[in-house]
Every structure is written in C-alpha cells, then in structure tokens.
Design a protein around this ligand. Structure first.
Ligand SMILES: [Zn+2]
Length: 92
C-alpha cells in the first residue's frame, strides 16, 4: 500500500486503485456506461465517446486503456484525429 493521488479529485489516499474510495463508484459507473455504449454502437472516435457519455477526456483515456477496451483504444487512436487525446499524459 502506498499514498496515491486520486486521478479524479486529486485527494491523497491509501489504496491500490487509481482513484479514492469516494470516486470509485463514479469510475465504475463510467466504465459500465462505456461498456454498454461500445456494445451498442460503432464508435468512430474518442471525442465521440467523451461527448456522448459525458466523460472527461482524461477519465475516458484512463478507462479505455483497461484490458477489456484495449483493442478498441488501439483502433480509435489510429483512426481518430487524436484531437485532445495525444496530449493527455497518463503519468502517475
Ligand atoms: Zn477522488
């Protein structure tokens, strides 16, 4: 266990996850929305995902790089203009 800075609210917390316990439900909710959307739609860009799901680009970039979405992320990052997404640093 180590001190981490929450990727959503910026508070410090001790856990193995990326976000604090307060933000974890929000993350999970967005991941479920994302999963459902990807099941029902042909997605053409990350921008489309972000605006249709009301997920911030930074959070979307985090979710989409999870193992279950990795193939989609690869396709989208190749085909999209990358506007706003090339600049996102996923650094810790
Ligand atoms: Zn938080």
């Amino acid at each position: 266990m180590e001190f981490k800075k929450c990727k959503r609210c910026g508070c410090f917390f001790v856990s193995n996850s990326e976000v604090c316990s307060k933000c974890e439900p929000k993350d999970n909710f967005e991941i479920i929305k994302l999963r459902n959307y990807l099941n029902d739609n042909d997605v053409i860009s990350l921008d489309e995902l972000a605006s249709n799901l009301s997920i911030t680009p930074a959070n979307l970039a985090r979710h989409i790089q999870a193992d279950e979405f990795k193939s989609i992320y690869k396709t989208l990052s190749k085909s999209s203009s990358g506007e706003g997404f090339n600049n996102i640093s996923i650094s810790l």
